[in-house]
Design a protein around this ligand. Sequence first.
Ligand SMILES: *Cc1c(COP(=O)(O)O)cnc(C)c1O
Length: 501
Amino acid sequence: MNHADNKPEIGLDPENWDDFKTLGHQLIDDMVEYLKNIGDGPAWQPIPQEVKEEFQKAVPHQPANIFEIYDEFKKNIMPYHGGNIHPAYYAWVQGTGTPMGAFADLLAGIMNANVTIGDQSAMYVDKQVINWCKQLMNYPAEGSGMLVSGGSIANITALIVARNTVIANCKTKGVYVAEGKLTAYCSSETHNCVNKAAEVIGIGSEQLRKIPVNENFEIDVDALEASLRDDKTNGLVPFCIIGNAGTVNTGAIDPLDKLLAIARNENIWLHIDGAFGALAKLVPAYSEKLKAIEQADSVAFDLHKWMYMQYEVGCVLFKDAATHRAAFANAVNYLTAHDRGIAGGPETLSNYGMELSRGFKALKVWMSLKEHGVDKYAAMIAQNIDQAFYLGEQVKQHPELELLAAVNMNVACYRYNPGNLDNDQLNILNKELLMRMQERGIAVPSNTLQHGKYAIRAAITNHRTRRMHLDQMVAATIEIGRELIKEHEAKLFKFDFLTSK
Ligand SMILES: *Cc1c(COP(=O)(O)O)cnc(C)c1O
């Protein structure tokens, strides 16, 4: 093969830049209108079968027209969003994103910065954003941190550093150097990603002790102390406690100050999973309860949840920059810094986490914090908390509804309960009710089980939600609940449990 023949050379830029510009203007116009009116459409809609089939087609080998690709996006992709950009969405814990955040992602895409190495602006923006994150948490300025894809990776990153710091030589020799099985502790309400973290750092999920919770779903401190005592007696090696600042089910906050005292006493690591709840620290009424975050060895939180920023962006902070670095740094000859030139920039960020290539997620954080300022976020988070309490009140006021856990932050769990059904029946009824509410596009809460009770669960991390949307969800719960009871009485809708009684 001749590599120097006179074949015309090719590239991937638009063949016609004017067309590209026309498309750009068109899509900005369309998307701005779409977002402006997002509340007028359904909160969610099922994806029709024929649309799902579009996604089965094989990889294209020939080029397509950019306007046609965009039309396909508008027809088959955009309408079937997950709902979290809609004001009536409260499922799982998902952020809304902002219009400016979307522009930031577009601009980041244009720069296409690989934010891992080099004397380029994005490296400095990333660093500044980490400093801002420390300031949000009132974390020591000399601490370090990393922007990652989300809470899951933030928690894993923290546990890697915890393991390598508490257990000398673990980085090179593995977990085998410990004098017994490494053991970590958290409440039974802890997010599943911490379980996965225990699996990937090599201690195994059986060595993650799930300590029972009290009636408020907070870790039982006495049980934690007993477990630590037992494990040490049996030759195990405790190395880390993971506290929750806002559990995924109910938003419960563990007694973090007590966990801190225990960790200090035991000389082990305290990590806090504050995926969404840590941000409540910005709200004066919660800052005291979350104060121990400032002392924790590490804290994980998401900016794409309760800071309403575009997916993906999460953050992990470390009290001690040196042990953070020691856990990941490796001398690699192609990454060495120079005095000048592109390699004259800051130290490679690959010394602070698992990733080498990284996108410019810092830009949306930087632009969003500038656009709104921290005080606006604090007020926004406080508003979501007020809304969850408001929802709890509406539920309590209606005799056919039952609040399943006291609201303590931004999560409310309730069910339709007309009073004459047993728990199994209520579980079936509420599951059907929830699916109908979602399919009708009225509102999108999610579900959980609380002490065996199927709960309709609203976690409000949505800056578009207004009380009116919560009123609509409450009204729809009652309406669909009554409808299901009628259908059951008319034997139209078969609840297995209901009909068997
Ligand atoms: C969402 C969540 C996580 C996981 O975060 P991702 O950003 O989804 O990876 C961890 N812990 C809690 C409490 C969460 O709510």
